[in-house]
Design a protein around this ligand. Structure first.
Ligand code: ARG
Length: 572
């Protein structure tokens, strides 16, 4: 039970008595006391009474004696609440012996499908896919830890008209040479070469168009070549996932092609439901509420005028499959903000068709762009899109060099391991610690810095605590009595007991910067504590109590970072 909830539960009945109707006490951390509630101000306005009187009356009815050492009216009518040391210490002790660190398993576990990463076959993953992969993987880790059944859906772009030219190009190169190029991760040049031939050579373009027809018709030779392309790309993406330390595996590829057989029924059923309208030869649905700039209704095209099915039809088929066959009630789509309208329309149509009805719901977990230091979309020096693996290698190289500089005692292997954990951690943390709706600037210096809201800072805080235990040659005894006499101890304790609340909120809004911000505050509170309160030099019960605080901080940092997909080396 977190303190906000505990205090809310105690204040709510008192407010209800005074108001005659339920009132949310809105308890929050306070600079003046531990917590404050300002709800008496609004209530007094409603009742037409002096706010301080209303606040005082609420206090009279509130049952706070066993929780607060001080509960008083202040200023214009705030309630200032100071939590009793023993209560806080009791909560810390409960956490210390709780393997879940105060984070309960979900009361109603759901099946959650997380659509993320989703790169395109024979194309390099770009930084947009990096964001989707990092955010989606954090969502998967978090929701799984809360006890939900998480299905990772890597909606690979493995179908559509470009495959005509890609297969022809593959056939021209010869299978062996093509496989070699693709396995080197040279996806972009493969794609660009195919594209260039398509644009310049009419005969090639014609062959490519016939290839698309053959592919859709299920021609065995064409299918075999197509599979070769898909498999090579999948292998390559798996090496990126491995580098990036994400939980996606080969079992999670559910490419667009896997919905082929469901596309015709989707369109037929939309027709039977009377939802289809023809527009310029294409079969469309006009979902209510989707209008353009001039107020004109916008169509979602489910079958193109040439009879082909596109991106929208595939997404509708996927929704149907996810709610129906997989029994999912929460569908998450971790895709960049430019695709927001697409998803809104797809969800609206799925709802109209009855494929997405409560309790099932879909959420677009959108995100902004990664910018270069010039404040513009991240580009390579040559002006092309930045190759993701290149970015990861650079992060690891920089972090390894820093690790060697900072700690010459690390052996070669350990420095490499630390470099990898810190480099990849820095990339992920830079992403997750920013509000995902916004763009952010990729800044190597800042994200690898040991100061500030960065992965290295948090990893360092963790390793520093581990070194306290190493140096002392002791292990914490979680059942040791906790006492909180110093303000810095209390401040740390308040952060520790707040973990469950943050995790619960982030499970709802998937705004990981709140979890990152929490971990940063926790690490900062630990630093302040460690500066002011001797641990190993303390004696007896005080030392034991402080060791519990150290150990608990380390465990919360490790678990929190683990949820973000970031490793915590024991030494740095
Ligand atoms: N492959 C797409 C892209 O690269 C992303 C797919 C997102 N998922 C989906 N269900 N549409 O932009």
């Amino acid at each position: 039970m977190d303190l906000e909830k505990l205090l809310t539960d105690r204040l709510a009945p008192a407010f209800a008595t005074v108001a005659g109707v339920p009132v949310d006490p809105v308890v929050r951390r306070s600079p003046r006391a531990d917590f404050q509630s300002d709800a008496a101000l609004a209530l007094a306005r409603r009742l037409g009474r002096p706010p301080r009187d209303v606040a005082a009356e609420v206090l009279e009815y509130a049952d706070l004696a066993d929780v607060c050492s001080v509960a008083e009216v202040s200023g214009p009518g705030f309630l200032n609440l100071t939590v009793a040391d023993a209560v806080l210490a009791g909560l810390v002790s409960a956490l210390a012996t709780d393997p879940r660190l105060g984070v309960p398993v979900a009361a109603e576990p759901e099946t959650v499908v997380i659509d993320y990463s989703a790169p395109n076959v024979a194309k390099e993953m770009h930084v947009g896919h990096l964001r989707s992969t990092v955010i989606g993987d954090a969502a998967a880790r978090l929701l799984e830890w809360l006890g939900h059944r998480v299905l990772r859906a890597n909606h690979l772009g493995d179908w559509g008209t470009p495959f005509g030219m890609l297969i022809e190009h593959l056939a021209d190169l010869g299978e062996a040479e093509a496989a070699h190029e693709l396995s080197m991760g040279d996806l972009d040049s493969f794609y660009k070469a195919a594209r260039a031939k398509f644009d310049a050579d009419e005969a090639f373009a014609e062959r490519s168009r016939r290839r698309v027809v053959a592919l859709q018709g299920g021609d065995p030779v064409t299918l075999r070549l197509w599979r070769l392309l898909v498999e090579q790309s999948e292998q390559y993406f798996l090496t990126v996932y491995d580098r990036l330390d994400v939980t996606l595996t080969e079992r999670d590829f559910h490419g667009e092609s896997s919905y082929n057989d469901l596309l015709a029924p989707v369109v037929e059923d939309l027709g039977r439901l009377g939802l289809l309208r023809e527009s310029e030869g294409a079969a469309c649905v006009f979902p209510p509420g989707s209008v353009g700039r001039g107020g004109e209704p916008l169509p979602l095209i489910v079958r193109k005028s040439d009879g082909g099915y596109g991106y929208a039809a595939t997404d509708l088929a996927a929704i149907r499959q996810r709610t129906d066959a997989l029994g999912a009630t929460r569908l998450l789509y971790v895709v960049g903000l430019p695709q927001r309208r697409h998803f809104e329309m797809v969800y609206a149509v799925a709802a109209q068709a009855g494929w997405l009805s409560p309790p099932a719901r879909a959420e677009h977990v959108g995100f902004g762009s990664i910018l270069g230091s010039d404040g513009r979309m991240l580009r390579s020096r040559a002006g092309g899109s930045v190759k993701l693996v290149g970015l990861l290698e650079e992060a690891i190289a920089r972090a390894t060099a820093l690790a060697r500089d900072r700690n010459p005692e690390l052996g070669e292997a350990e420095a490499a391991e630390v470099g990898r954990a810190v480099g990849i951690g820095a990339i992920k943390y830079a992403d997750l610690s920013n509000d995902r709706h916004r763009d952010y600037v990729l800044d190597w210096e800042r994200m690898l810095s040991l100061d500030g809201n960065t992965a290295p800072y948090l990893q360092y805080a963790y390793s520093r605590i581990q070194s306290i235990f190493r140096r002392a040659g002791v292990a914490a005894r979680p059942e040791a009595a906790v006492s909180l006499a110093e303000p810095a101890e209390r401040a740390l304790a308040f952060e520790l007991v707040g973990f469950g609340r943050v995790v619960g909120e982030v499970a709802e809004n998937l705004e990981f910067h709140h979890l990152a911000g929490y971990l940063y505050r926790l690490a900062a509170a630990f630093s302040a504590f460690y500066e002011r309160c001797p641990v190993l030099r303390a004696e007896g019960p005080v030392r034991d109590s402080r060791l519990v605080l150290c150990d608990l901080t380390a465990r919360v940092l490790r678990q929190g970072l683990h949820l973000l997909g970031i490793r915590t080396p024991e030494r740095m």
